[in-house]
Design a protein around this ligand. Structure first.
Ligand code: DGY
Length: 331
């Protein structure tokens, strides 16, 4: 009798034509509708799976893999993987992969756009106009902050941070960054970016953009003390993870005029948004869409499929998944 084929669980409907590549090697259990899987449903799905293709909404930790005796690989569709307890997976010998690279430029585009929208008060102006408050052109109406010629601070200078830095060159911005490890000189030159201590970056930036991965060690790295270092004319933009910012402290700063504006694509309790932020007129809020373009989302699924096939020992890269998760570095 032929060996049974390994089983793969796909946690969400993605792109059928790309997912179909899994059928060549595996028995695939698909999820027909977008589903908010409860932890016990994930545990049940993993219990007889050899591999899983999951998204950021699917939290997989020690409890979810406790009964997953055959599971050998989890491929995350996303560059960030704080939905996976990598240590718990590693302890069980389960390989984790993510999707860096393919979303870099799309996400950098969005980060730049969000920063500009916050600085130039674009959504605030639109709400004001739609509310019928525009009585005619006004010299003093809705004055925003300059982008060109200003100082951009980037916290987390991985691929996406570097993409934002390269865009900033076209706007004549001075670019400063902080990373735990300074980049090689050639990369700094290419990005026209200079390294600074983190505290100094908060103080120097006219526009600060967060692009670093979330880890428990940098929980609320932007807290009241960090915000107090920023210029009252500055903006703060985050396309990273919600847990990096103390949202109540941010709401305090925005409401008190101690920070000019913010642009947030990610939230600590998403999809719930801190009601105090919802009440701030000077914050642009978007629902975690920085990588959301069709070509990019397709490329992410394609890379995740390649990762899973390879991590499970099949295909041209058998045993060598293109993007194995390693300890967190800037994305
Ligand atoms: C990621 O990939 O980590 C983004 O946050 C979602 O695309």
């Amino acid at each position: 009798m032929a060996e049974p084929r390994p089983r793969v669980w796909v946690s969400q409907p993605l792109y059928a034509d790309i997912e179909a590549r899994l059928d060549e090697w595996f028995e695939v259990t698909r999820t027909p509708r977008i589903t908010d899987h409860a932890p016990d449903a994930i545990a049940a799905a993993l219990a007889d799976a050899d591999g899983a293709l999951v998204t950021l909404n699917d939290r997989i930790g020690a409890a979810e893999v406790a009964g997953a005796k055959r599971l050998c690989a989890v491929a995350n569709v996303g560059v960030g993987y704080n939905n996976l307890d990598v240590d718990a997976l590693a302890a069980r010998g389960i390989v984790a992969t993510n999707t860096p690279g393919v979303l870099t430029e799309t996400t950098a585009d969005f980060g730049f756009a969000l920063m500009m929208a916050a600085a130039r008060r674009i959504t605030e102006a639109e709400h004001w106009l739609r509310a019928g408050r525009w009585q005619g052109w006004g010299f003093h109406q809705l004055l925003g902050a300059e982008i060109h010629g200003s100082t951009l601070g980037i916290l987390g200078m991985g691929r996406i941070g570097q993409g934002i830095a390269r865009r900033a060159r076209g706007f004549g911005m001075r670019v400063l960054y902080h990373n735990r490890n300074r980049l090689p000189e050639a990369v700094e030159r290419d990005c026209a970016a200079a390294w600074l201590e983190r505290e100094a970056l908060f103080a120097e930036a006219d526009h600060l953009v967060l692009v670093l991965p979330y880890t428990p060690a940098n929980h609320h790295i932007v807290d009241a003390a960090a915000l107090a270092r920023m210029k009252p004319t500055a903006t703060l933009t985050s396309i990273a993870r919600g847990g990096l910012i103390d949202e109540d402290a941010l709401a305090d700063a925005l409401q008190a005029g101690r920070l000019a504006a913010a642009g947030l694509d990610v939230f600590e309790g998403e999809p719930a948004v801190n009601p105090r932020l919802l009440a701030c007129r000077n914050v642009v809020l978007t629902p975690h869409i920085a990588s959301a373009s069709l070509p990019t989302r397709r490329a992410m699924v394609s890379l995740a499929v390649d990762n899973l096939v390879a991590a499970m020992g099949f295909g041209p890269d058998a045993g060598r998944p293109p993007s194995l998760v390693t300890p967190p570095t800037a994305t």
